[in-house]
Design a protein around this ligand. Structure first.
Ligand code: FAD
Ligand code: MLT
Ligand code: ZN
Length: 527
């Protein structure tokens, strides 16, 4: 009986994929490619943020021909974009929910150019919006009104790779996947991975303190990023670009730029600690019957796989059905109420395989896991990862996804993790297409998603503020990894005290007295 069950691992009817790296391909997404390439023709225009939301323009100047002349002289004509059709994709966010009306995008190549731009904007009271790969999900990366967009697209140089220490210094506009491929040549990996890797920039990742698929193993960017160079609103360059793993000299200011979403400075360079690239990677895709089994399997994975456990992700049946139905991806196992992806990475294939087999035998013989498959070849690993990484994309095809309004990206104590999805499903009844949950269960991070054919205000009113009150009640966080940006700024009080928000406001005033850096983002409106 046992042998027959175990034999199921490794059996597969998966189609091999040809690409060996990103699910989404280099530079652009497969599903939402148009946002980043030719938006004006392919992407339906969404309503202007200034019309859709009750937000007032701050006391900033408007762009004049003199400003354009200054920027053109500083950069060169091809590094300043004023063409409306070219600007469209940079004015609109990935979810197509917020749209600004910027008339100018600048593409600096160096820290000195960023400094000159900010110094000028500060003197002339011009508001700016820093932009990396524009994959953010909280509306932080696009202007709200007519802010000058400062893109890091051309700041994509790797300055140094120290293969002794693993420390890599690069500019902030390196695309995450390209950076990872670059450091792979030195036997290293970037300790961060996420579905948007083909488009997001490492500076955007640092500015959002992105979490992703391997935080469980490598920790957050507050730990991996050793140094940051950033330009303040005044144009002053703050050099905190330490490459040392230990550096206790005064306040550790780099942390102010990690996760502050472009409101305190523009990150121009960073030093990141890259671990050795694993020699052996295995990925198990497991089917489970109950959420208690999911929790028990996570606990067993930690204790039995120990140091080789590199990712532990969760998908519920409804999320997997969405990827299968809307993207035509094929599950390697029969339908189950819950699924887990458990990845191991290590330096010795035989050792890792033995450990993984012992773990799998254990969880199958105890009945916690009722089906599964293990992939070791890159093409199969890639396919299984795509089932998880492309859920966000697949949900959009349902019609309307309520994450467009406010992403329900929540940190939640594990015993309550799935209860939230169940409660919300019951609360919403039959008015919706789906209420599903997936996410980084190894980090207690749930992505709760609700879709309906079209937007219905009544459904939204039933979701919010219930979802945030629920999260606050169990002492969770209303934004686990995506930040607050524009869309979530007024919900901050569900997760932060008045005192903490007050201190944040004082820091903003100190570092950006004119408030030109990414206004209307992160901090709540004054009321
Ligand atoms: P942008 O979207 O361009 O900007 C994000 C914010 O950072 C904005 O406020 C912007 O003003 C600011 N910013 C950008 N660059 C700089 C800079 N150099 N200096 C100062 N401020 C700057 N996020 C996760 O955490 N985990 C995931 O698993 C994950 N998966 C995703 C999957 C998909 C399919 C998509 C579309 C998004 C996903 N995200 C995820 C969200 C997003 O990819 C991350 O937030 C990412 O870090 C944003 O990087 P970016 O370069 O696209 O930044
Ligand atoms: C993910 O983990 O897939 C991303 O954070 C995107 C999402 O929130 O759906
Ligand atoms: Zn996520």
């Amino acid at each position: 009986m046992m042998a027959a069950r175990i034999a199921r691992f490794g059996s597969s009817s998966l189609r091999p994929l040809t690409r060996a790296t990103s699910v989404l391909g280099p530079k652009v997404f497969t599903g939402k490619k148009q946002v980043h390439t030719s938006p004006a023709t392919c992407f339906p225009k969404c309503e202007l943020t200034s019309k859709r939301y009750p937000v007032e323009r701050g006391p900033f100047s408007q762009i004049t021909p003199d400003d354009i002349k200054f920027f053109t002289e500083l950069l060169s004509p091809h590094r300043i974009i004023t063409e409306a059709s070219e600007l469209e994709g940079h004015n609109t966010d990935w979810l197509g929910m917020v749209r600004g009306a910027s008339s100018v995008l600048l593409k600096p190549k160096t820290t000195e150019e960023v400094s000159a731009i900010l110094s000028y904007c500060n003197q002339h009271k011009l508001a700016v919006c820093p932009q990396g790969g524009n994959t953010g999900l909280v509306g932080g990366s696009v202007p709200v009104f007519d802010e000058v967009i400062i893109s890091t697209a051309l700041m994509n140089q790797v300055e140094s790779v120290d293969s002794w220490s693993g420390v890599v210094v690069c500019q902030s506009g390196c695309v995450l996947e390209a950076l990872d491929q670059h450091v792979a040549e030195h036997g290293l990996m970037v300790p961060l991975d996420l579905g948007a890797k083909g488009s997001c920039h490492i500076g955007g990742n640092v500015s959002t303190n992105a979490g992703g698929l391997r935080l469980l193993r490598y920790g957050s960017l507050h730990g991996s990023v050793l140094g940051v160079e950033a330009v303040l609103a005044s144009g002053e360059v703050i050099d905190c670009l330490s490459t040392m793993k230990k550096d206790n000299t005064g306040y550790d200011l780099k942390h102010l730029f990690i996760g502050s979403e472009g409101t305190l400075g523009i990150v121009t360079k960073l030093a990141i600690n890259c671990p050795p690239r694993p020699q052996a990677v295995n990925l198990a895709f497991l089917g489970l019957q109950s959420f208690d089994d999911v929790l028990q399997t996570f606990r067993d994975a930690k204790s039995k796989l120990g140091e080789i456990l590199s990712s532990c992700e969760f998908i519920d049946r409804s999320s997997l059905e969405c990827v299968e139905e809307n993207l035509k991806l094929k599950s390697p196992i029969e339908p189950h109420p819950y699924y887990m992806l458990i990845e191991t990475s290590g330096s010795n294939g035989d050792h890792d395989e033995e450990k993984l087999n012992t773990f799998l035998e254990y969880v199958m013989s105890s009945g916690q896991v009722t089906d599964g498959t293990v992939a070791t070849e890159p093409s199969r690993i890639l396919h299984i990862w795509s089932l998880r990484e492309r859920i966000a994309e697949s949900l959009i095809a349902d019609g309307y996804t309520y994450k467009s309004v406010v992403v329900y990206d929540i940190s939640i104590p594990l015993p309550h993790f799935y209860k939230m999805v169940e409660d919300m499903r019951e609360h919403l009844g039959s008015s919706i297409i789906r209420c599903c949950g997936y996410g980084h269960i190894g980090d207690g991070n749930l992505h709760l998603n609700i879709t309906s054919k079209e937007y219905e205000k009544e459904i939204l009113n039933r979701i919010e503020p219930t979802i945030f009150e629920w999260t606050a009640k169990v002492k969770g966080s209303i934004s686990a990894e995506h930040g607050l940006g524009f869309k979530k700024r007024n919900y901050i009080h569900f997760s932060k005290s008045d005192g903490a928000v007050g201190l944040m406001k004082q820091m903003k005033k100190l570092m950006d007295p004119n408030g030109i850096l990414n206004p209307y983002k992160v901090l709540p409106d004054d009321n």
